[in-house]
Design a binder for this molecule. Structure first.
Ligand code: NFS
Ligand code: SF4
Length: 683
C-alpha cells in the first residue's frame, strides 16, 4: 500500500475514535491517524474524545494545596450575582486559588526552561575548562558580547617590551570559563539582580526596579512561588502575580536567554538555512532516528554520530542505505536552525511518526514527550531510548542510555548503533506519507539584523523605517504548542495568515514554527501569496519569508532581544510596551507556555492565548491579568478561542500602539530616487 492509498474515513462515533479529517489540517497527520486507527493503535486524538476536561479545573478554581481539599469552587451557572461568597475550607477565595494554580504553572514552566539552561551552562563550563573534547567554542563574537553582559573583561593591560602598557585580548577559553562561572551562578544567586536584566531597554529595566520585580536569582524566584502558594501563605492575588513576574522574568531574561546564548556560542548562532519538514522526511530504506525533546546537548552529538563514516558503513551491513536523523518538538528546532536537519513534526505528531513503522529509534530527553509513545512503539518495532536521568519511562521496552557530556560522542554513537541494530526488526513495510515542505529558517536576532539591515552593516533601522512608513503594520510573535483539545495546527495557521494579510510580520518559535513550515509559510515565495502589499514588498526586496523562524521555545528569548533591538534602533518609542507588537500562543498546552506568556506580559507585550486559560473561574484575578496589568507593565494577558477574533485583537492592539506613536495618519508613500536620498543625507 502506498501512502496515497490510505483511505481517510471517518471512524464511527460508537468506536469513539477521532475523525482524522477533523483532528488536523495537516495531510501527513490525517493520513497517519487513519493508519493508526486501521492498525488498532490508540492515540491522543482518540483519547481526547473519551476524556473530557474537568470544568472546575478548567476555570482554575480547584484547590488541592492541602489535604482538607480538594476544595472546588466552580462558577455558579447563573454567574456571580452580588458578592462572590465562594470559599475553600480555609477561606481561600477563587482568586487566591486560581492565582496559586497559575503561579505554580509559571514555576513549573520557568523550572523546565531554566533547568535546561542550567544543563547548558554546566556543559559550557566543562567545555571552557576543556574537560570534554566533544564541545568547544564556535561563535567567538557572541562569546565576547555575552562577556560584556556578564561583566567579564575581554582584554587585559600588559606591558610590552618597551615598557608601555598595551591592551591585549584575553584567551578565549579563559573568558569562556569566567562567563560560564557567572552564568551558572545566576541560578543560585540570592540577592541583587540577574545580569541580563540590564539588556532590556532602559525604560523597562527602570520600571522593573520601581516595581521591585527584577529577579534576584533564577532558582530563588521559583522556590519562592512554591513557598508562597503553600497552604496559608500568600493570600493576595496581586502579590502572587507579582511573584509570577519575578520568576517568569527569571526564565525569559535569564534561564532561557542563557540557554540560547551559550548554545549559540557552543554550536553556532543560527543564520538562514534551508530545511525540510513533515513525516515525509523519513526514508523507507534508511535507518530513521528521531531525536525528540528539548536539549540540543545530546542531539548535537547525534548529528555528528549519524554522519560518522563508521556508522554509515555499519548501517549498510544491516541492509540500510543510510541514516536519516530527524527532529521532533524543540530538539528539532535546535538542530534545524543550526544544521538544516529535517523536522519530522510537531508535538501532536510524535505518536504518528512511530505509526509510519519506519522509525528505528526515538531518542528522547526532557519535556513534551507523551508517555504513550512507549505504548505505540510496542505496536511497531520502534525502540524508545531515554537519555536523561530526570526523565525515565516505566515501560519495560524502553532502553536507557544515559548521556554524559564528558563522553557525549561515545554515548551518541551507542544510541545510533542501537537504532541501526533495530533496522532489521521492522515488522511490516513502512508507510511514510508523501508529505513534506521546504523552508528557510534560522532567523536569530543577529540574522534579522543582517538581513534587514542591508549588505554593509547590520541594523534594525530599516525594519523600523518600514514599520514607521506603514509597509509593515507591526510585529506578531506567534509561538507555542499543539493541543489535542483543538484541531491540530488549525488555529496556528489561521492566525498567522490573518496577520500576514494585514501586513503584520510574524516571528515564530516552537510548534507554531513547525505548523508554519508544514504549511509552506517559511519560504520567501509565500510572501507574494499570503501577505498584504506592504509586507510582501518588504519580504520580496529583502528575500525573506514573512514568517521568521527563530528557533525553539527557549529561543523566545530571541524575540525579547529582537524587540529590544527594535526599541534601540529608534523611532518607535522608548520601551517594548510602545512597540506595535503583540504575542500569541493559539494552541498552547504546556506550563512552559504560561511562564513564557507571563514574561512577555511583564516585558510589556500584549499576549493572547487560545484554547482557554485557567483563570475564568476567578473574575477579579482575570481582570487583574487581562486589564489591570496593562497599567502596571504596559502589557497584559488576553484569551480568545476563535482564531479570526484572536488575530483581530492582536491587530487592534498593534493599531492602538501605532496611534499612540502618531503613526496612524496615512502617510503618502513617496518613492525616493538617489538625488532625494542624498538631499536627505545632507540635511
Ligand atoms: Ni514549547 Fe517545545 Fe511544542 Fe509546546 Fe512542547 S515542543 S518547548 S512546549 S509542545 S511549543
Ligand atoms: Fe481547601 Fe484551603 Fe486546603 Fe486549598 S488550602 S484545599 S482551599 S482548605
Amino acid at each position: 500500500m502506498s501512502a496515497d492509498e490510505i483511505k481517510v474515513t471517518a471512524a464511527s462515533k460508537k468506536e469513539k475514535k477521532a475523525n482524522p479529517k477533523e483532528s488536523s489540517v495537516d495531510q501527513a497527520t490525517i493520513q497517519m491517524l487513519a493508519k493508526a486507527q486501521a492498525d488498532n493503535v490508540e492515540t491522543i486524538f482518540d483519547r481526547a474524545l473519551t476524556m473530557k476536561p474537568c470544568n472546575i479545573g478548567e476555570q482554575g478554581t480547584c484547590c488541592k494545596t492541602c489535604s482538607q481539599g480538594p476544595c472546588r469552587l466552580p462558577l455558579p451557572k447563573k454567574g456571580i450575582e452580588g458578592v462572590d461568597t465562594r470559599k475553600g475550607l480555609c477561606g481561600a477565595t477563587p482568586e487566591t486559588i486560581a492565582a496559586r494554580n497559575f503561579a505554580r504553572m509559571v514555576a513549573a514552566g520557568a523550572a523546565a526552561h531554566s533547568d535546561h539552561g542550567r544543563g547548558v551552562a554546566e556543559v559550557f563550563l566543562a567545555a571552557a575548562r576543556k574537560e570534554t573534547e566533544d564541545y568547544g567554542i564556535q561563535d567567538v563574537e557572541k562569546l565576547l558580547e555575552v562577556a560584556v553582559d556578564f561583566e567579564v573583561p575581554t582584554t587585559v593591560m600588559v606591558e610590552n617590551e618597551a615598557g608601555e602598557k598595551v591592551e591585549q585580548e584575553r584567551d578565549i577559553y579563559k573568558i569562556a570559563e569566567e562567563v560560564g562561572v557567572k552564568a551558572l551562578g545566576e541560578w543560585g544567586k540570592q540577592e541583587g539582580e540577574i545580569y541580563y536584566a540590564k539588556r532590556a531597554p532602559e525604560a523597562r529595566y527602570e520600571l522593573w526596579k520601581e516595581l521591585d520585580v527584577v529577579p534576584r536569582g533564577i532558582d530563588r524566584e521559583i522556590v519562592e512561588i512554591m513557598h508562597r502558594t503553600h497552604m496559608g501563605v500568600d493570600q493576595d492575588y496581586h502579590n502572587i502575580v507579582k511573584q509570577c513576574s519575578r520568576a517568569a522574568l527569571g526564565d525569559g531574561w535569564a534561564g532561557s536567554m542563557i540557554a540560547t546564548d551559550l548554545q549559540d556560542i557552543m554550536f553556532g548562532t543560527p543564520y538562514p538555512i534551508q530545511g525540510e519538514i513533515n513525516l515525509g522526511v523519513l526514508k523507507a530504506d534508511e535507518v530513521n532516528i528521531i531525536v525528540h525533546g528539548h536539549e540540543p546537548l545530546l542531539s548535537e552529538m547525534i548529528v555528528v554520530a549519524s554522519q560518522d563514516p563508521e556508522m554509515l558503513a555499519y548501517a549498510k551491513t544491516k541492509g540500510a542505505h543510510g541514516i536519516t536523523l530527524a527532529g521532533m518538538c524543540c530538539t528539532a528546532n535546535e538542530i534545524l536552525v543550526r544544521h538544516g536537519l529535517p523536522i519530522a513534526g510537531n508535538y501532536l505528531q510524535q505518536e504518528l511518526a512511530i505509526v509510519t513503522g519506519a522509525v528505528d529509534a526515538m531518542v528522547v530527553d526532557v519535556q513534551c514527550i507523551m508517555e504513550n509513545i512507549a505504548n505505540v512503539a510496542d505496536c511497531y518495532h520502534t525502540k524508545v531510548i531515554t537519555t536523561n536521568p530526570r526523565a525515565m519511562m516505566e515501560s519495560g521496552h524502553t532502553v536507557h542510555i544515559e548521556f554524559d557530556e564528558h563522553h557525549a560522542l561515545e554515548d551518541a554513537k551507542r544510541i545510533v548503533k542501537e537504532a541501526i541494530d533495530n533496522f532489521p526488526n521492522r515488522r511490516a513495510e513502512p508507510l511514510i506519507p508523501n508529505v513534506k515542505e521546504k523552508m528557510v529558517v534560522g532567523f536569530s536576532q543577529e540574522a534579522i539584523k543582517y538581513h534587514l539591515g542591508g549588505t554593509f552593516r547590520g541594523s534594525y533601522v530599516p525594519l523600523n523605517d518600514n514599520i514607521i512608513n506603514g509597509r509593515i503594520r507591526g510585529i506578531g510573535g506567534v509561538v507555542g504548542c499543539n493541543n489535542a483539545r483543538t484541531c491540530h495546527d488549525s488555529a496556528h495557521l489561521t492566525i498567522v495568515k490573518e496577520l500576514l494579510k494585514n501586513d503584520v510580520i510574524v516571528l515564530t518559535t516552537g510548534c507554531n514554527a513547525m505548523a508554519c513550515g508544514k504549511a509552506g509559510l517559511l519560504t520567501p515565495e509565500s510572501a507574494a501569496v499570503y501577505c498584504g502589499p506592504g509586507l510582501a514588498e518588504v519580504c520580496e526586496t529583502v528575500g525573506i519569508p514573512p514568517v521568521l523562524h527563530m528557533g525553539s521555545c527557549v529561543d523566545n528569548s530571541r524575540i525579547l532581544m529582537a524587540a529590544t533591538q527594535v526599541v534601540k534602533a529608534g523611532g518607535l518609542g522608548k520601551d517594548i510596551s510602545d512597540l506595535p507588537a503583540a504575542g500569541s500562543a493559539p494552541e498552547w498546552m504546556s506550563e512552559k507556555a504560561i511562564s513564557i506568556g507571563h514574561y512577555f506580559v511583564a516585558s510589556g507585550v500584549y499576549t493572547i492565548f487560545g484554547v482557554g486559560l485557567p483563570v475564568t473561574g476567578a473574575p477579579r484575578l482575570q481582570k487583574h491579568l487581562f486589564e489591570e496589568l496593562e497599567d502596571i507593565y504596559g502589557g497584559m494577558w488576553d484569551l480568545e478561542v476563535d482564531p479570526y477574533e484572536h488575530a483581530k485583537k492582536m491587530i487592534a492592539h498593534i493599531d492602538k500602539k501605532r496611534a499612540a506613536l502618531g503613526l496612524d495618519k496615512k502617510k503618502e508613500r513617496v518613492l525616493m530616487d538617489m538625488a532625494d536620498r542624498q538631499k536627505l543625507d545632507a540635511a
